[in-house]
Design a protein around this ligand. Structure first.
Ligand code: ADP
Ligand code: MG
Ligand code: MG
Length: 931
């Protein structure tokens, strides 16, 4: 028989920490903490396998299958706690908590105080003599159960609560007295009746099963699904359900609840025990931002007070640290902090509750953290001897590094900016954007390519969509562990939270700080590292790779085998990439060299257009001349050729020095590193104006009619340009262009010491295409070497991006010095998907599981990857040490990088900002599967 229920606590723990897959992270760690002898309220875990079965066979059958086990565990829980579920005199209340194998904070559901009804409430009052506490627990239970299980709108309850508070002139939840709470409960019960058409369920056993079902079904609520999609969490069975005896942080002044981190999750610092708590509170109160949370340590509390302009006297009296309010419990908790971190060898995020002077641990898990914190903590743990270097490298998510590569505010610009307000530095980074007040607005605006800052009183899980697209998030309520702060840190989005002076009026689409009003669409800037908020748009700059970031990168370089190059086509990008650790350029596209940059007319655009204008004419006359036998006719053709030929040659002459200058700049920036240069690739029509206005301008410039321009554009029209006259096909037709580019490269290389150019021919499918182009290049190389009296280190290789090239790679390898896999085109042609049209159908493919990922983002390893593998093996068969790299978008994607490592490529090439990500991913690949 399958076992679906595991008990934990009181010396009777059945599960263990290794059982995350079946117990979920929360359940496994509760079992583990119980085994370590920590004060964990006892309970039991219903496995994720039960959840999978729930979806497979349905509720009735599943519940029938687990009923006995659940009842037995409940009886055991009653015995251990000395309480009875659903009955006095000492009623047992439980929490029903979700918890999957991967942590998904706040995405699924939890119900507290379950088992309360009129009868057990009465017994509990008699038992504790604390009516207020019981009423408070009951109103919480009705609201949570009503919302989570019965599907009543959260807002409907909040509305009643606010009404009672207003009528009684009470501000905080803790102000509510028994009479007020009774009123709230009566209203809540009416809300439930109205919304569901039935009275609130009073039978505790029915409550329990309904709670279990609600947790199971929360596994597939839209926000949980979205969260798993965004975080690429796959292959899990479902969520476990933890049924745990309640402990109460809301019995009065000697009780409390809170959240703490063993180290600062925002910076990674280990200065003091970091966390927040509230006296006389329960569950999510701290996170929900309904009261101002207090700090765990005095040091933390003082820093908080400083940031909030709270005087020391007021701080001590109204917001004392746990260290001051409950010094002995603080000591006990501090010891647990040290113990748990040593035990798990990682920063922990803990939930705790204090009931009448007794501390209970409710959860521990590896804490979510910013990239800066991840890097610092990993390096610190190495120094502290808790983990080794390889483990440290594995501790940082490569994608997460992206956060550290985002721009920061330009040095000094904050000094002169208009400071608006200061909040908590909840998630670091710099953000500038236009203010919006709802998640929907954030999504709508960003669809129109606008940068937005989402401003809310507080955020809730429904805001996820808007939070993802926002540059930054600003909230007026909530602490460092509020929803906004936690989610923003997880996403690497800049966030300033709890800026209390910000008065948000979302309806009127504005907020006020003192006398200043900021409206929807106004620009503001956030510094998530300091908590400062500024009016207007502040300039940003590249971050520096220093401190622990530099250290972990050095470790990554120590452990990786795969080289990392960059895709860059300007000296600026090259310099940036080199500063990020690029070992060379893997793809230097040359199409930009045929275009003037806006506002800088160097004559590039006009030159290439002049060339295109006559190119076909030149070639056609030359063809005729080849077959013309008659001398007179030949003479006529020669005369006819003269004018267009002059224009053709002049255009190339104009382009040569401009491109040479570009290459000189890039070679200099590379300081001796290699540079793979791809010759002209896009179809020629991309260089011509597409609209009327552009055509008129071009006509004027060229001294021809607009009609002639239109004719030219029409003449270059192709039904499928992706498979048309482009790539080496251009070089085959117009070899003079190949020669001009080769000359520019060779002359630049002759001029810059220690240059190592690798000329790459695009879109080769047949070795003869390659050989022909290579011939032109080598001829030019020899000419330049002779002219300049130098020997050039220039290699000639090809892009492998046409399936035919991949499967004839052995033939091509005989001629080529190197291969670079152009996986964008190889995916297009390999899968037969046009990249520009694929979005339309790929979403269906992903839904049906035909492709797990968009193959343009994550390399399709079984298909396109197989082409890469076949080509690599064929090539090495004829030339064992041929250099192999990849330069498609995929080159910066960690899963693809692991694949490239595994099949033995020499390097990946990616955009400058992804270079550190690729270095780390390559190191992780070699640590997990050394080659
Ligand atoms: P989440 O996964 O969203 O954090 P949890 O299941 O951890 O949800 O529950 C949320 C909060 O409820 C916890 O932080 C804790 O404070 C409180 N809680 C859960 N179970 C209990 C319990 N048995 N006794 C007291 N408080 C509890
Ligand atoms: Mg929790
Ligand atoms: Mg290509």
């Amino acid at each position: 028989m399958d076992k679906f229920v595991y008990f934990f606590g009181a010396g009777a723990t059945e599960g263990n920490v290794k059982m995350k897959a079946v117990l979920g992270g929360k359940g496994a760690n509760l079992a583990d903490m119980a085994q370590l002898g920590l004060p964990v309220p006892p309970g039991f875990t219903i496995t994720t396998e039960a959840c999978a079965k729930y979806y497979e066979i349905g509720k009735e059958k599943l519940f029938a299958a687990i009923k006995r086990e659940v009842e037995a565990a409940l009886a055991r829980l009653e015995a251990v706690t000395g309480k009875t579920f659903g009955k006095g005199p000492n009623p047992l209340l439980v929490s029903v908590r979700s918890g999957a194998a991967a942590s998904m904070p706040g995405m699924m559901d939890t119900v507290l105080n379950l088992g309360l009804n009129a009868e057990t409430a009465k017994a509990l009052v008699e038992k504790t003599g604390n009516e207020r506490f019981v009423l408070d627990s009951r109103r919480r239970f009705i609201q949570m159960f009503g919302n989570v299980v019965l599907g009543v709108e959260h807002h409907d309850f909040e509305h009643e609560l606010a009404a009672v508070k207003a009528a009684k002139k009470m501000k905080l939840d803790t102000d509510l007295d028994c009479a007020a709470l009774r009123e709230v409960i009566a209203r809540y019960l009416a809300v439930v009746k109205k919304a569901t058409g039935r009275p609130f369920p009073e039978d505790p056993m029915a409550q329990l099963w309904a709670g279990v079902e609600a947790v199971f079904s929360s596994w597939n609520n839209p926000r949980a699904i979205k969260y798993r999609e965004i975080n690429d969490i796959r292959g899990l069975l479902g969520t476990a359900v933890n049924v745990q005896s309640m402990v109460f942080g809301n019995t009065g002044a000697r009780s409390a609840t809170g959240v703490a981190f063993t180290r600062n999750p925002s910076t990674g610092e280990n200065k003091y025990f970091y966390g927040e708590y509230l006296i006389n509170a329960q569950g999510e109160d701290v996170v929900a931002g309904i009261r101002t949370p207090q700090q765990i340590t005095v040091a933390g509390s003082r820093e908080w007070a400083k940031n909030h302009g709270v005087s020391e006297a007021v701080r001590k009296k109204e917001f004392p640290a746990l260290e001051e309010a409950m010094p002995e419990l603080f000591k006990q908790f501090s010891d647990i902090r040290v113990m748990l971190e040593k035990h798990y060898k990682d920063m922990q995020d803990m939930e705790f509750t204090i009931e009448d002077g007794t501390l209970y641990m409710l959860q521990t898990r590896n804490g979510k953290r910013t990239a800066a914190a991840a890097v610092k903590i990993a390096m610190d743990l190495v120094k502290e001897g808790l983990i080794d270097e390889k483990t440290a490298v594995l501790r940082v998510e490569p994608e997460q590094l992206d956060q550290l590569l985002h721009p920061v505010f330009k040095k000094g610009c904050e000094k002169s900016a208009k400071a608006l307000v200061r909040g908590l530095n909840a998630s670091p980074g710099a953000a500038t954007g236009q203010v919006v007040f709802t998640a929907e607005a954030a999504e709508a605006w960003s669809k129109k390519d606008k940068k937005v800052i989402l401003v809310r009183t507080e955020t809730s899980p429904e805001d996820i969509g808007g939070m993802i697209v926002a540059q930054g998030i600003l909230t007026s309520r909530g602490g460092m562990t509020s929803h906004a702060a936690v989610v923003a840190r997880g996403m690497g989005t800049c966030c300033v939270a709890g800026a209390g002076d910000v008065l948000v009026d979302a309806k009127a689409k504005k907020f006020a700080v003192g006398k200043t009003t900021v409206k929807e669409g106004d620009w503001i800037s956030l510094n998530g590292s300091t908590g400062m908020v500024y009016l207007g748009q502040l300039p940003t700059e590249d971050p520096q790779l220093t401190g622990p970031f530099a250290d972990i990168m050095a470790l990554a370089d120590k452990f990786r085998k795969l080289g990392v190059r960059t895709n860059a086509d300007s000296p600026e990008d090259t310099t940036r990439a080199v500063s990020f650790g690029a070992e060379g350029i893997g793809l230097c596209r040359t199409e930009h060299m045929f275009f003037d940059t806006p506002g800088k007319n160097e004559g590039r655009t006009i030159a290439i257009r002049r060339l295109i204008l006559v190119a076909e004419e030149v070639k056609s006359i030359q063809r005729q001349m080849k077959i013309e036998g008659d001398a007179k006719a030949l003479k006529e053709l020669q005369a006819k050729l003269a004018r267009p030929m002059k224009q053709y040659e002049q255009a190339l002459k104009d382009l040569l020095p401009l491109q040479r200058k570009d290459f000189i700049g890039i070679f200099k920036a590379l300081k001796g590193r290699p540079c793979t240069v791809r010759l002209l690739d896009p179809p020629l029509h991309e260089f011509l104006p597409q609209d009327d206005k552009g055509r008129k301008e071009m006509a004027k410039q060229m001294g021809i009619t607009a009609d002639a321009v239109k004719k030219l554009v029409d003449g270059l029209h192709e039904f499928n340009p992706m498979l048309g006259h482009r790539g080496c096909r251009l070089g085959i037709s117009y070899s003079e262009v190949t020669e001009m580019q080769a000359r520019a490269i060779c002359e630049a290389a002759a001029q810059v010491k220690d240059s190592h150019a690798e000329i790459m021919i695009p879109l080769v499918g047949n070795v003869k295409e390659f050989a022909s182009q290579k011939g032109h290049i080598l001829k030019i190389k020899a000419e330049v070497e002779k002219q300049k009296k130098v020997t050039l280190d220039i290699k000639v290789g090809t892009m492998i991006e046409v399936p035919r090239a991949a499967i004839t790679a052995d033939d091509i390898a005989k001629e080529a010095d190197f291969f670079s896999f152009g996986t964008n085109d190889l995916t297009q042609m390999g899968c037969g998907f046009s990249r520009d049209d694929a979005e339309k159908f790929l979403s269906y493919y992903k839904e049906k599981g035909i492709y797990d990922y968009n193959p343009f983002e994550v390399l399709d390893q079984e298909g396109v990857g197989k082409l890469v593998k076949i080509a690599s093996n064929l090539a090495r068969g004829v030339k064992p040490d041929i250099k192999l790299g990849i330069c498609g978008e995929h080159g910066g994607e960690p899963k693809t990088i692991a694949f490239c490592h595994a099949i033995g490529l020499n390097y990946v090439s990616c955009s400058p900002f992804r270079v550190p990500i690729a270095r780390l991913a390559a190191a992780q690949a070699n640590i997990t599967a050394p080659r």
